[in-house]
Every structure is written in structure tokens, then in C-alpha cells.
Ligand binder design. Structure first.
Ligand SMILES: CC/C=C\C/C=C\C/C=C\C/C=C\C/C=C\C/C=C\CCC(=O)SCCNC(=O)CCNC(=O)[C@H](O)C(C)(C)COP(=O)(O)OP(=O)(O)OC[C@H]1O[C@@H](n2cnc3c(N)ncnc32)[C@H](O)[C@@H]1OP(=O)(O)O
Ligand SMILES: CCCCCCCCCCCCCCCCCC(=O)OC[C@@H](O)COP(=O)(O)O
Length: 366
């Protein structure tokens, strides 16, 4: 193991990364709160400010993937579609199979310049997660309760508000509705069977109602659906903890741009269209399993320095006062103060979320 790799595996480094993320995140949440009066004066200005503030948070996680772990992200796509990425609004349909699939999504957002404005149809519980959930509130993220009777109206209303959004955005939809596990897959295929639909090997049966309402609400606003299929080389099962430990993964993303006009308006036809799309996605995964690559040419966008620059900025800002505090603590010579501080740090380490103890984000309470 080289020196750099050894350094990346040190708990102290993880503590520093998390400290910068947590403290800067809370400061940014506070700044977002301060933009509330701006909404009254100019909604578009408030949105533009919040896009930049959100970038300061999400790009730290992207920096962990791109710069700390050095994970490589390869894009397979049609060269004719490539110039349009980041230059139009789009609905992104992505498979939900990995703990860090959202982060790979964010990384592509960063590379195409839409990270701050990127959106998702997320479960309501995530709105209460400090930093990320609170940041999403100000980004006008669309939340669902996964109860269609309620979501039908609220999701449509939230999406309608995005019609005059001032910057290009990608709206992510995990149509499977939950992360893939063998048990969920088994249940899902029973549903497929009862509906007379072909079985899928690599995906759960897509939930069609959210897709239909999204496409209908964003007609005239989004230009296309980006059908995106993600996988990792060598059967890697990447985790956030792995990234924090500096483990380098290799993500492959296959994207097809489908103009929105090609998607049926009728609810039933739209549902059938989505089922067919997932059957195609399944065949791409089969191709990947057999050949180790997706069909089509590689058009990988390079990583940009901004996520690293943002992280260095917040680190300098926040590690300086921490350094001063520690120096004062040690020079105070008080055994009680030093022991109390070590105890607080140990408690914080014990209370860290499950991702840092090796279990999955799925273990977080709803
Ligand atoms: C160039 C680069 C391109 C791309 C880069 C990639 C990405 C970057 C883009 C953006 C990044 C932005 C942000 C990312 C950051 C973070 C994201 C993190 C987290 C979010 C994750 C989540 O929260 S996922 C959970 C929430 N989301 C969803 O659920 C969405 C999908 N769900 C729906 O759409 C649902 O329809 C619904 C939620 C709107 C409503 O749900 P409800 O359950 O009430 O209704 P349904 O109609 O879905 O269900 C009833 C029908 O379903 C049948 N059924 C029952 N059991 C099952 C089963 N197990 N599987 C499938 N179907 C089932 C049932 O029979 C009913 O059928 P009917 O025929 O009667 O309708
Ligand atoms: C700089 C980086 C330092 C990192 C340290 C901080 C780590 C904090 C990480 C918080 C990340 C929270 C992002 C939210 C994304 C959660 C994705 C997710 O897992 O969604 C749930 C879905 O799967 C469906 O859930 P269920 O159907 O199981 O209900």
C-alpha cells in the first residue's frame, strides 16, 4: 500500500472530511434560510443564489468521488446527443442498484454544469435529513409519499413550479422506486407475472405513474428523456465508506437521448412504453455482463477542478479555527478538558451514520 493510499484509509482524514462537510453544510443551510426574503423580491434571483449554495454542498461529495477516491466515470453515448447534454432540461431515468448511484449521477451533473440545479423525485423522509434534505427544500426538489392518491396532485404541482426555472436542470427519476435487492426483485417479478409482463433480470418492475406525471408536467419544459443505465466494472459493489477510504471504482454509464415528443401522452400507452424501456435496459445490462461494456461509443467528459477548489476553500476556512481550538486545548494543560474532548470525539465516532460503519444507507430509518 502506497503512502497516499495509507493516508486515505486513516480515520483522522475521514473525520476531517466529515467535519468540513457537516459544518460547511450547516452554514450553507443557514445562508439558504437567509435567502427567504429574497424570494419575496425576486424569485429568479433567489433560485440562482440557491443553485450556487447547493453546489457548495453537493460538489463536496462529488470531490470525494472524483478527487479523493479517483473513481473513473465513463460515458457511453451517441456523439450526436453529446453536445446537448447540460444545454437543455431533461428527465433522467436511472437504474437504482448501487449505494452511490446518485453520486455518480451528481458527478455527471457536475461535468455537464448542472449540479447545482439537479433535481430528483425523492421520498418525503429525505426532506428531513439535515444538510442534504434541507438544501433540497430550497432547490424545489419534488418529494413523494409513495401514495399515489396524494402524490398525484402534489407531485404535479411541484413539477409545474419548475416550468419557469431560470437554469437548465436534470430531473432524476428512479422508476423502480426503491433500491434493487434480490428479495425486492422476487416480489417485483411476482407482480410482473400477475400483470402478464415479461420478467426482468437486472431491474425491479418500474412504477409507471410517477414517470407519466413527470413527462406530462414537464412537456414543453424538458426536451428529452435521458435513459441512463449504470454499472460498475469487475462486479464492484461500491459504497460511500469505500469512497471515503479512497477506494477507486470504475463506473460505466450508458445514456440514450429520447426526445420527449416520442413518449405517448396517454397514461396506459406511456406505462407500456416505460415497461418496454426497462426491458431494453435489462438487455443492455445483459450485454454488459457478457462483454464488460455497454453498446455504443465512449464520449467521456473530463472532470473539472471546481469541486476540488470548493472543497479546498471550505477546508481552509473551517480547519483554521479548529486548529486554533486544538492548540488552545493542548496548551491549557487541563487533563480534564483534554479527556472530555477525546470522549466527545469518540462518542461522535460511535454515532456516525451506518455508512461509516460499513452497513448500507438502506439501514437508515424511514
Ligand atoms: C448524460 C448524463 C445523464 C445522466 C446522469 C444521471 C443522473 C443525474 C441526474 C440528476 C441527479 C439528481 C439528484 C440525485 C441525488 C440524489 C438522489 C437520491 C435519492 C432519491 C431516491 C428515492 O427517494 S427513490 C424513492 C422515491 N421515488 C420514487 O418512488 C419514484 C418512482 N415511483 C413512482 O413513480 C410511483 O408511481 C409514485 C411514487 C408516484 C406513486 O407510488 P405508489 O406506490 O402510490 O403508486 P404506484 O402506481 O407506483 O404503485 C401501485 C402500482 O404498482 C404495482 N405494484 C405493487 N407492488 C409492486 C412492486 N413491488 N413492483 C412494481 N409494481 C408494484 C401495483 O400493482 C399498482 O399497479 P397498478 O397497475 O394497479 O397501477
Ligand atoms: C464530503 C463527503 C463526506 C461525506 C460525509 C457525509 C455523508 C452524508 C451522506 C448523506 C447522503 C444523503 C443523500 C441521500 C441519498 C439517499 C439515496 C437513497 O438511498 O434513497 C433511498 C432510496 O434508495 C429508496 O429508499 P427505500 O425504498 O429503501 O425506502
Amino acid at each position: 500500500m502506497g503512502f497516499l493510499q495509507l493516508l486515505k484509509s486513516q480515520f483522522l482524514c475521514h473525520l476531517i472530511i466529515c467535519y468540513v462537510f457537516l459544518v460547511s453544510g450547516l452554514i450553507i443551510n443557514l445562508l439558504q434560510l437567509c435567502t427567504l426574503p429574497v424570494w419575496l423580491v425576486s424569485k429568479q434571483l433567489a433560485r440562482r443564489i440557491n443553485i450556487r449554495l447547493a453546489y457548495c454542498i453537493s460538489s463536496q461529495m462529488v470531490a470525494t468521488l472524483e478527487w479523493w477516491s479517483g473513481t473513473e466515470c465513463t460515458l457511453y453515448t451517441d456523439p450526436k446527443s453529446y453536445p446537448l447534454y447540460g444545454k437543455e432540461n431533461a428527465i433522467v431515468v436511472l437504474n437504482h442498484s448501487f449505494e452511490i448511484d446518485f453520486l455518480c449521477g451528481w458527478t455527471f451533473c457536475e461535468r455537464f454544469g448542472v449540479l447545482g440545479s439537479s433535481k430528483v423525485l425523492a421520498k418525503k423522509q429525505l426532506a428531513y435529513v439535515p444538510i442534504i434534505g434541507w438544501m433540497w427544500y430550497f432547490l424545489e426538489i419534488v418529494f413523494c409519499k409513495r401514495k399515489w392518491e396524494e402524490d398525484r396532485r402534489t407531485v404535479n404541482e411541484s413539477l409545474q413550479k419548475l416550468r419557469d426555472y431560470p437554469e437548465n436542470f436534470w430531473f432524476l427519476l428512479y422508476c423502480e422506486g426503491t433500491r434493487f435487492t434480490p428479495k425486492k426483485h422476487q416480489v417485483s417479478m411476482q407482480v410482473a407475472e400477475s400483470k402478464g409482463l415479461p420478467k426482468l433480470k437486472y431491474h425491479l418492475l418500474p412504477r409507471t405513474k410517477g414517470f407519466w406525471v413527470t413527462v406530462q408536467s414537464l412537456r414543453g419544459t424538458a426536451a428529452a428523456v435521458y435513459d441512463s443505465t449504470l454499472n460498475f466494472r469487475n462486479n464492484e459493489m461500491p459504497t460511500l465508506l469505500g469512497l471515503l477510504n479512497g477506494k477507486k471504482y470504475h463506473a460505466d454509464l450508458y445514456v440514450r437521448r429520447i426526445p420527449l415528443e416520442l413518449i405517448p401522452e396517454d397514461e396506459k400507452e406511456c406505462a407500456e412504453w416505460l415497461h418496454k424501456l426497462y426491458q431494453e435496459k435489462d438487455s443492455f445490462q445483459e450485454h454488459y455482463a457478457k462483454t464488460g461494456r455497454f453498446p455504443g461509443p465512449i464520449m467521456s467528459p473530463p472532470r473539472r477542478p471546481w469541486s476540488l477548489i470548493n472543497w479546498l476553500f471550505w477546508s481552509c476556512l473551517l480547519l483554521y479555527p479548529l486548529g486554533l481550538l486544538l492548540t488552545q486545548l493542548i496548551s491549557s494543560g487541563s487533563v480534564f478538558t483534554i479527556v472530555a474532548s477525546v470522549a466527545v470525539c469518540s462518542a461522535a465516532a460511535d454515532l456516525t451514520p451506518p455508512i461509516f460503519t460499513g452497513s448500507s444507507l438502506d439501514d437508515w430509518p424511514d
